[in-house]
Design a protein around this ligand. Structure first.
Ligand code: FAD
Length: 386
């Protein structure tokens, strides 16, 4: 299989300057992924100014830009049924609502700022091919229903023919999700923040922080409060790091997609071989398959991670009958909180955010962290402080 590796764009292309002098600011954000950018956004929305974001490589070049761009309101750490059980329906509902609000916010930002990122509103099919999986998905759907959302069960005979043939027994259709090009979104988001006065520096790695001074390779930044949003470069012990991999097919015709049993508005998720398989139809009508979570035990991320590519190939043969040629494949890592909610921690002179696992949970955590920094009330205090 010959692949062109990465699909979403040129990760090395810069759009912002590098810091070359000493500067000062009120708010320093270290890390230009979705966490760092969202912190800048929420600070602006709260009326704050004098904000600096520094990114060691380019905006979105970490987990954010490598992701599948399936923006869903299913947290990575646990299922809704577990949240309702552990935190009670009221708090679980607030968490769910904040995730749904974040999805609407993203749509608004994309529209208002005219961010060109292949945005489409899609639905997610949670697929089950064993009776045990059917039970698990139904339990989750019931939990969502308790929290006020509609259940949309798709029994076997209503599934697209190709999915039936692939052995699926059941699916739950989850509406109101988003598909986009995550690198293009992060870059467009950063440009919108810049227009509102945020100073953004790329290729500006933070080397260390001492009291209120951060040292980068070519200048220092004196700040009042900092947000550490380092993604997988974070070495704290409250997060785990996983490798996950993506394979993408060539562009398909509408009828090819239909024959395979999908529409161009669908994303899917399937518990598979003690991990999970996820996927979507992209705006240019490719099928993107993602697989995995393997614990990352070294600092070096194997790209592509061959065992995952093998799993994806086997999966497509089993469930999508036509083993499609892939044109792109890559692997990358992301950080996941060891608890069932993202990490938002007070550190010396600021806050640390990580381990959201999904972009939506990460944005929710960023919003919460900003409220705490500004000593404002937040509906999720009971969740994050439990
Ligand atoms: C292959 C893959 C597929 C995924 N698919 C999805 C998906 O479909 N949907 C979804 O919701 N989530 C998905 N995720 C997870 C999601 O991408 C992450 O949870 C989220 O993007 C994390 O955002 P972040 O800002 O915390 O981290 P990052 O995006 O990694 O941002 C951290 C940034 O900090 C920078 N940095 C690190 N150290 C320094 C330093 N010293 N100085 C300055 N900058 C520094 C890094 O360069 C990086 O850009 C996927 C992840 C992967 C890897």
């Amino acid at each position: 299989m010959k692949t062109e590796s990465f699909l979403w764009g040129d990760l090395k292309k810069t759009a912002f300057p590098t810091l070359t002098t000493d500067i000062s600011c009120t708010w320093l954000i270290v890390g230009g992924g979705i966490a760092g950018l969202s912190v800048a956004y929420y600070l602006l929305e709260a009326g704050e100014t004098d904000i600096v974001v520094i990114e060691k490589d380019t905006i979105g070049s970490g987990s954010t830009g490598h992701s599948a761009g399936m923006l869903v309101y299913e947290p990575e750490q646990a299922r809704w049924a577990e949240y309702t059980k552990k935190y009670g329906p009221r708090i679980a509902r607030l968490y769910l609502q904040s995730q749904l609000n974040t999805l609407s916010l993203i749509q608004d930002i994309i529209k208002k700022e005219r961010i060109s990122c292949d945005y489409t509103g899609e639905y997610l099919l949670e697929l089950a091919d064993t009776k045990a999986e059917v039970q698990k998905i139904m339990k989750d759907a019931t939990a969502r229903q308790i929290m006020g959302l509609q259940e949309n069960p798709l029994p076997k005979n209503t599934l697209p023919k190709a999915l039936q043939a692939g052995g699926y027994l059941y699916a739950e259709k989850v509406n109101n999700e988003i598909s986009l090009n995550p690198l293009a979104f992060a870059r467009g988001f950063a440009k919108a923040l810049k227009k509102r006065g945020v100073r953004i520096y790329e290729e500006t790695p933070m080397l260390h922080i001492k009291k209120h001074v951060a040292t980068t390779t070519k200048g220092t930044i004196t700040f009042d409060q900092a947000f550490s949003c380092l993604g997988t470069a974070d070495t704290a012990s409250d997060i785990k790091k996983y490798i996950t991999s993506i394979c993408v097919t060539r562009k398909l015709t509408k009828s090819e997609i239909k024959t395979i049993g999908l529409t161009d508005k669908v994303m899917f998720l399937d518990d598979y071989n003690s991990s999970f398989m996820y996927g979507k139809v992209t705006a240019d009508r490719r099928i993107l398959f993602g697989f995995g979570d393997v614990l990352l035990t070294t600092n070096k991320i194997p790209n592509p991670y061959r065992p995952h590519i093998k799993e994806i190939t086997q999966f497509t043969k089993k469930h999508f009958s036509a083993a499609l040629p892939f044109t792109h494949s890559w692997s990358a890592a992301y950080a996941l909180s060891k608890k069932d909610i993202p990490v938002v921690k007070k550190i010396a002179n600021g806050f640390r955010i990580n381990g959201g696992g999904t972009q939506i949970s990460t944005m929710v955590a960023a919003g919460y962290a900003v409220s705490v920094a500004l000593k404002k009330k937040h509906p999720l205090t009971n969740l994050f402080e439990k």
